[in-house]
Design a protein around this ligand. Structure first.
Ligand code: SF4
Length: 698
């Protein structure tokens, strides 16, 4: 007799911010395959991660019961290099014992030392409801605003500049607006690897006739279809963009009517970029003056130009300035608020937009109301029936630094892996090991969990219901397709249980209840309800009516600032990153690869993805490999002032000589052992994209 057909469960991809809708085909309680569904951001398409990145669910490493550190078992940062070494330092425990140990440890620190000795890292891999509840727990249960998540490591600089310039940290248009664009400007992004389905829309737009301009120090697959390519020197983004602004303003190519009606600060910007004639900065930028002038004119004269940017812009010690210059470019030319125009920072995690919107950041309440705004705080305090500390909390890297100093003594980490993702890992791991009490909630014994006192086994995305918000501001419904293994509980239930151990009388039983409360706290969710999302799967915010689809293009007549006008903020010069010198003559840049997601926790345990890209490689320009006397595949040693890693080499003709690329998903060659912890002064984001390195055979 034929086997019954597989049941298809509609959900959303758990990896990148594109937010592809997919279907889990389930038979006998297991996912057999994943298929693309016709969502607004993917039109049925999926990339290799969405298609094959799900069998980590049943990997033998999956945690099925809580773990508690055995009394006297030392926390050794060396365990982070291979967390399986730490397995013998834990014993399994019941949920009752684990939650008591986890919650009571935090409570003792709160009551004995004070709330500011605690911190929490939530996750952009969780749902909106989990993000909202987690930040509420830290603010009301811990009593501090020391709560953050990985947005601090990806687009914090972009959000800082967008809020300052146009009053909103979200995109002004979806990436699918490339369909209407005459010119697409991609800078500091590699969408074919990091947002692969978004890249398919770009390719289609170019095939239709759109002009593509790609600006990046490193060549990429998109170069093959680009009309103009600006290969600027690493770290010279501001000089390049200011030079484009110089051309536009000195040749009067800007849109004076748009600026007069909607933008302040033109005189200050004009004076600032006067010194940035392309001929004056071409050596600094590494791009001749003529292509800079050509691209500036193309952009300004384009009937509709859309700007897409990525980590290359934001993961910089002057990331906020980089984004300011991009925003200025768009504003002076009136390239925002119309079809085919806009500003779009391509979001990393599947829910980094939603988690940030929900208030999982230390200086903002839900919907980006500043924590030091007494009226905004009073509104949320009335809703929650609790008081909120008026002092902004510490950010991700600042929390780890405070742990290293002994100022932060206890942490609750849900779904993040700072022992892999923070810069200068040797210090970050030592800081985590120093904590009096560390609770980690995750799928596996991660590099961070190896240093925990209590490990709470988490549910994976295909095992739970919840909403997520993608890069396009589309709020989408995810549905549980399979049951979690063993005794694993829903993350939402774990957060609620932790809250109760900390003295809160929470009774949330289902994410729909949390969504309803979120909608009260977040006017941005007006006209979007749980039931509507169950019916429609996706609704874009802002949404004007219960039956309206939501606004994909925003700010067509005013910006959400106090007076409705945008602000031009001159960019740089600011403190430079750690640039190459005689002792460390290379630039090290880090990032992702197509097959692996962030710290590799899930994708390195997904069979197909691991088979395609099983190990770490460091990429170099062909000329550098030759000079080092190494054939592609030979071993390389990369050293910075913070550490050394060794792995096989790979030839990348797209890399300029003097620049090496290392992905950060591989713990055996952990890129962040090398990276520089210095922060952008405003976005508080580290400069993962640039530090000085020495490269040797080995
Ligand atoms: Fe998932 Fe992003 Fe790939 Fe879409 S493009 S399938 S959201 S990883």
């Amino acid at each position: 007799r034929a086997a019954p057909p597989a049941r298809e469960v509609a959900s959303v991809c758990p990896y990148c911010g594109v937010g592809c809708q997919l279907g889990y085909r389930v038979r006998d309680g297991r996912i057999e395959e994943v298929v693309g569904r016709d969502g607004p951001s993917n039109h049925g398409r999926l990339c290799v991660k969405g298609r094959f990145g799900f069998d980590f669910l049943t990997h033998p490493d999956r945690l099925a019961r809580p773990l508690i550190r055995i009394d006297g078992a030392a926390k050794d940062p060396a365990d982070c290099t291979d967390p399986s070494r730490a397995r013998g330092k834990f014993r399994e425990a019941s949920w009752g014992e684990a939650l008591a140990r986890a919650g009571d440890g935090l409570r003792v620190i709160r009551d004995g030392i004070g709330p500011q000795a605690l911190a929490g890292f939530g996750s952009a891999k969780g749902s909106n409801e989990e993000a909202y509840l987690f930040q509420k727990l830290v603010r009301t249960g811990f009593g501090t605003n020391n709560v953050d998540h990985c947005t601090r490591l990806c687009h914090a600089a972009s959000v800082t500049a967008l809020l300052e310039g146009i009053g909103s940290g979200a995109v002004t248009a979806p990436f699918t607006a490339v369909e209407d664009a005459d010119l697409i400007f991609v800078i500091g992004a590699r969408p074919t690897e990091n947002h692969p389905v978004a890249a398919t829309f770009i390719k289609q737009a170019v095939a239709r006739g759109a002009t593509l301009v790609v600006a990046d120090p490193r060549g990429s697959e998109l170069d093959r279809i680009a009309t103009e390519i600006l290969r600027f020197r690493p770290g010279e983004d501001v000089a390049l963009l200011n030079a484009m602004l110089h051309v536009i303003l000195s040749e009067n190519l800007h849109d004076p009517a748009f600026v007069a009606a909607r933008v302040d600060g033109l005189d200050g910007l004009r004076a600032h970029v006067a010194a940035y004639a392309p001929e004056a900065v071409e050596v600094q930028c590494g791009v001749p003056a003529e292509p800079i002038r050509r691209v500036a004119r193309l952009y300004a004269r384009s009937p509709a130009a859309l700007t897409l940017w990525g980590m290359g812009i934001s993961q910089s010690v002057h990331g906020t300035d980089n984004a300011r210059a991009l925003i200025a470019l768009s504003l002076v030319c009136g390239q925002v608020g119309r079809r085919g125009t806009g500003l779009h920072p391509l979001r990393g995690q599947n829910n980094v937009q939603g988690a940030s919107d929900a208030g999982l950041i230390p200086m903002m309440l839900p919907d980006y109301h500043r924590i030091d705004d007494a009226a905004a705080r009073a509104t949320i305090e009335a809703l929650w029936g609790a008081t909120i500390d008026p002092k902004p909390g510490l950010t991700v890297v600042e929390i780890i630094a405070a742990a290293g100093r002994g100022d932060i003594r206890g942490m609750y980490v849900m779904g993040e892996n700072p022992a892999m993702s923070d810069p200068d890992l040797a210090h970050a791991r030592a800081a985590l090991a120093r904590l009096d009490h560390l609770v980690v909630q995750d799928l596996f014994l991660t590099e961070t969990a190896a240093l925990a006192d209590v490990v709470l086994p988490a549910s994976a995305w295909p095992e739970k219901d919840g909403t997520v918000t993608n890069s396009n501001r589309q709020v989408q419904m995810g549905r549980a397709a399979v049951a979690p293994p063993g005794e694993v509980r829903q993350d939402l239930a774990i957060i609620v249980a932790m809250a109760r151990r900390l003295g809160l009388d929470w009774t949330y039983a289902h994410p729909r209840e949390v969504f309803a409360e979120m909608a009260q706290a977040m006017p941005s969710l007006a006209n979007i309800t749980w039931d509507r999302l169950l019916r429609e799967n996706s609704v874009t915010y802002p949404c004007a009516a219960p039956d309206a689809p939501g606004e994909d293009i925003v700010f067509h007549d005013h910006f959400p600032t106090r007076d409705g006008r945008a602000l031009l903020v001159p960019a740089g010069p600011s403190d430079p990153a750690e640039m190459p010198d005689a002792a460390y003559p290379f630039v090290l840049t880090t990032g992702r690869e197509l097959e692996h997601w962030h710290t590799g926790t899930m994708t390195r345990r997904a069979g197909v993805l691991d088979a395609i890209e099983p190990s770490a490689t460091v990429s170099l320009a062909p000329g550098d490999l030759r000079r080092l006397g190494i054939l592609p595949g030979g071993w390389i040693r990369v050293t910075t002032r913070r550490g050394t890693v060794q792995c096989a080499s790979r030839e990348d003709p797209g890399l300029p000589e003097g620049v090496v690329f290392l992905p950060f998903a591989f713990r055996e060659a952990a890129a962040n052992l090398l990276t520089d912890p210095r922060l952008d002064p405003e976005g508080r984001i580290p400069g993962f994209k640039l530090c000085a390195a020495r490269v040797e055979p080995g």
